[in-house]
Design a protein around this ligand. Sequence first.
Ligand code: ZN
Length: 70
Amino acid sequence: MTGFPETPPPEWDLGDWEKVLTIQVGDAYLCRECQNLVMVTRGGVGFMELECCGKPMEKVELPGQATEES
Ligand SMILES: [Zn+2]
């Protein structure tokens, strides 16, 4: 019971790490083409390659976002 079970395997190379994002609740990703917006509702660490309209989606900051947890 030591360490974290979600720790990525050590054999990952740099290319793998570059794709790894710390996914935080409240992060939003926007498609510039069709204005599709994806919001993260569960945080974590892992791969997130969001594509829409054949392009990678762009991380955006939502102004005045309220993080309300009930
Ligand atoms: Zn799109």
